[in-house]
Design a protein around this ligand. Structure first.
Ligand code: PMP
Length: 396
């Protein structure tokens, strides 16, 4: 069997691989606590579910326009004005089967073979793999703990070449939890002004899960707005991961290109999801803020527990629901003759010994770190960190 060479160019998402390994152990009757996955553990708010049930009863069961129903694209515009003070029209919006597809559309629409795509580390696993699918070249900028996992204007400028086509980042960031302030975005914007060929992909899917204050979008700088592809979705902020709804806001040339691609791949996303999305985006955000309040409590508990573990160098996340400690102090230590050489070994050791799943940092471009989610119940968070502490105490 000869499969296509495309399959050799990119990797399976490490996050999904870890979740699969955890499930396999669970099938053997082992109580595995999952700190590997990136999704809220809450139910979708009732008023959104009601809108979906109504859509079924109203027979919204047919193909939709590829970029989404007009009322959904209007709802996205309403949301972008309400939350971000950004003016977009429905023709700027393309809704998709999750922000993952929005990102894929944008990368495939923009990146040609050997085009360079600059990505600050750590970044969400899918970014680099999408660039490889498009035959582009990933240019990583290493942003460690010392800069709060954020790219500085000097680092950005140093990474840009005449071949740079796209810069992509997320704020709040998965996996680090870093959040860019308005002043930090303004400083990056200064650099982008000098390089008009660069398109900026701004992934804002964790917008509502922000522990510091106001979310800032780089699209607020009017002179750059035309070069920004704003990406967002309903998965994280509305606990709607399974519903599959993401969107872009971009200039009409890019929006039309994404629509053309999507027209051949998937067509419009689920009609019922779209109708529920209209209600989610235009009504009461109280349930979203209640979820964030709970994430705030879990973050505090996680940080309190992590501080009792020696050897972790830990950044306090300002957004999203992960902590991303540097665990390299444990490299060279061993248990039962097995030496921990890297973050993958560390993650596997925790899975097999503490029965807690996590994701190694290599997948995010930071090989000394490991990502632990706090999108799990307070009980499980306490149990997981107690088990991790016990397991680490066994290392010598
Ligand atoms: N961007 C980031 C940074 C993410 O963490 C995720 C989900 N893990 C996505 C995009 C994609 O989200 P979805 O496809 O569920 O909308």
């Amino acid at each position: 069997m000869h499969l296509s060479s495309l399959l050799d160019r990119f990797a399976e998402p490490e996050t999904l691989k870890m979740a699969k390994l955890g499930r396999e152990l669970r099938a053997q009757g082992i109580d595995v606590i999952d700190l590997s996955l990136g999704e809220p553990d809450f139910d979708t708010p009732q008023h959104i579910k009601d809108a979906a049930i109504k859509a079924i009863n109203d027979n919204f069961s047919h193909y939709t326009p590829v970029s989404g129903y007009l009322d959904l694209r209007e709802a996205v515009c309403t949301k972008l004005k309400r939350d971000n003070n950004l003016d977009y029209k429905p023709e700027n919006i393309v809704t998709s089967t999750g922000a993952k597809q929005s990102l894929a559309n944008a990368i495939l629409a923009l990146v040609d073979e050997n085009d360079e795509v600059v990505i600050p580390t750590p970044y969400w696993v899918t970014y680099s793999e999408l660039v490889k699918i498009a035959r582009g070249k990933v240019v990583e900028i290493h942003c460690g703990l010392e800069t709060g996992f954020k790219v500085t204007p000097a680092q950005l400028e140093a990474a840009i070449t005449p071949k740079t086509k796209v810069f992509m980042f997320s704020s709040p960031c998965n996996p680090s939890g870093a959040v860019y302030s308005k002043a930090e975005l303004a400083a990056l914007a200064e650099v982008f002004r000098k390089y008009p060929q660069i398109i900026i992909l701004s992934d804002e899917i964790y917008e509502y899960i922000n522990f510091g204050g106001q979310h800032e979008s780089i699209a607020q700088f009017d002179d750059l707005k035309d070069r920004i592809v704003l990406i967002n979705g309903l998965s994280k902020g509305f606990a709607m991961t399974g519903w599959r709804l993401g969107y872009i806001a971009a200039n009409t040339t890019i929006a039309k290109a994404c629509e053309k691609l999507q027209g051949q791949f998937t067509s419009g996303t689920c009609s019922i999801t779209q109708k529920a999305g209209v209600v989610a985006l235009t009504t009461d955000l109280k349930p979203s803020f209640e979820m964030t309040a709970e994430f705030t409590r879990r973050r505090a508990k996680t940080l309190e527990l992590v501080k009792t573990i020696s050897g972790f160098k830990c950044f306090e996340p300002e957004g999203a629901f992960y902590i991303f400690p540097d665990v390299s102090a444990y490299y060279g230590k061993s248990y039962n003759g097995e030496v921990i050489k890297n973050a993958a070994d560390f993650s596997m050791f925790l899975l097999n010994t503490a029965h807690v799943s996590s994701v190694m940092g290599d997948a995010f471009g930071e090989p000394n770190c490991v990502r632990f989610s706090f999108a799990n119940s307070m009980t499980n968070i306490e149990k997981a960190w107690a088990r991790i502490a016990d397991a680490l105490a066994k290392l010598n």
